[in-house]
Design a protein around this ligand. Structure first.
Ligand code: 1GP
Length: 249
C-alpha cells in the first residue's frame, strides 16, 4: 500500500477512501457499501474508529473481502484494533496533540503483534483539526485539535512530521465534523511536505471532496456521509477520477 500511495502522489492522481466504522456497520451495511465500492471503482477502505464496543473486526473484514477487492486499511483508534485480516495498517502518530500515548505509547504495545501478523504499516503523521464542534476523536485522544484558522501551524506540524520520517500526513477534522478541513489548510500542508496527503472529516458533498483534492489531498476520506447516502460515494469517486484524468492530461 505504501507503493500505491506513493504512486498516487507521483502521478497526481486522486483517490477516495471509504471509512467504515466497525462499531456502526452490520452485515447489511457492508454488502450495501461493497456494492457501491465495486460500482464506483473505489480502491481503498479505511476500517476503524475511536470506539470499539464489540469485537467483530475479523468477521467484518472477512465479509468485506468476500464482497470487494478494495484494499482494507486499518484506521485504528487504539492498539486493540490490530488484526492480520487487513491489507495494511495506518500506523498513526498523533502529531497535532501532545499525548505521549498516541504519539508513541500505543505503538510500543502494538509493534510486536504487527510484526507477528506481518502486517504492512503505513507510517502516518495524524493531525486532528478543529471541525467546529468536539468530535469523538478529539475527546478520546485527550488532545487539543489544531485551530482551524491556523494553516501555518498545520504546515509546520506536517513539516516536522515529515522530518521525523513519517511518510504520510492525515489531516482530519474528525468523524462527523461540522466543517471539513479548509482548503487553505490543505494547501498550506501540501506546499510544506512532499509525502502523500490524506484529508477527511465532515466531507458531505462532491464539492467539499473536490475542494480538498484540488487543494492538494491525494486521498479524500468519507465516512458518515456515506452511511447516510451511499450514492454520494459514487458521485465523489466519479468526479475524483475525472479530476485525476484532467491533472494528468
Ligand atoms: C474521520 O476522516 C474520517 O476520521 C471521516 O470523517 O465520517 O466525517 O466522513 P467523516
Amino acid at each position: 500500500m505504501n507503493t500505491y500511495l506513493k504512486e498516487l502522489r507521483r502521478q497526481n492522481k486522486k483517490a477516495l477512501a471509504v471509512l467504515i466504522d466497525p462499531d456502526k456497520s452490520g452485515t447489511d451495511y457492508l454488502s450495501r457499501i461493497a456494492d457501491v465500492i465495486n460500482r464506483s471503482g473505489i480502491e481503498l477502505i479505511f476500517f476503524g474508529g475511536s470506539l470499539l464496543t464489540k469485537y467483530e473486526l475479523d468477521e467484518h473484514i472477512k465479509t468485506l473481502k468476500s464482497l470487494t477487492e478494495a484494499k482494507i486499511i486499518l484506521f485504528p483508534g487504539s492498539s486493540l484494533q490490530v488484526t492480520p485480516e487487513a491489507d495494511a495498517l495506518l500506523f498513526l502518530s498523533l502529531i497535532s496533540g501532545r499525548n505521549p500515548e498516541l504519539l508513541i505509547g500505543q505503538h510500543v504495545i502494538a509493534a510486536p503483534l504487527i510484526r507477528q501478523f506481518n502486517l504492512e504499516t503505513i507510517s502516518t503523521g495524524y493531525m486532528l483539526v478543529d471541525g467546529g464542534r468536539p468530535t469523538t476523536a478529539s475527546y478520546i485522544s485527550g488532545s487539543l485539535p489544531l485551530p482551524a484558522d491556523k494553516p501555518d501551524i498545520a504546515a509546520c506540524t506536517a513539516m516536522a512530521g515529515e522530518m521525523l520520517g513519517l511518510n504520510h500526513i492525515y489531516l482530519d477534522a474528525g468523524s462527523g465534523a461540522m466543517n471539513p478541513v479548509s482548503a487553505d489548510m490543505v494547501g498550506a500542508v501540501r506546499n510544506a511536505v512532499d509525502v502523500p496527503l490524506i484529508v477527511g472529516g465532515g466531507i458531505r458533498s462532491v464539492e467539499e471532496a473536490l475542494r480538498s483534492a484540488r487543494a492538494g489531498a491525494d486521498v479524500v476520506v468519507v465516512g458518515n456521509a456515506a452511511e447516510k447516502d451511499p450514492q454520494l460515494l459514487e458521485d465523489i469517486a466519479l468526479q475524483l477520477h475525472a479530476l485525476s484524468a484532467k491533472t494528468q492530461a
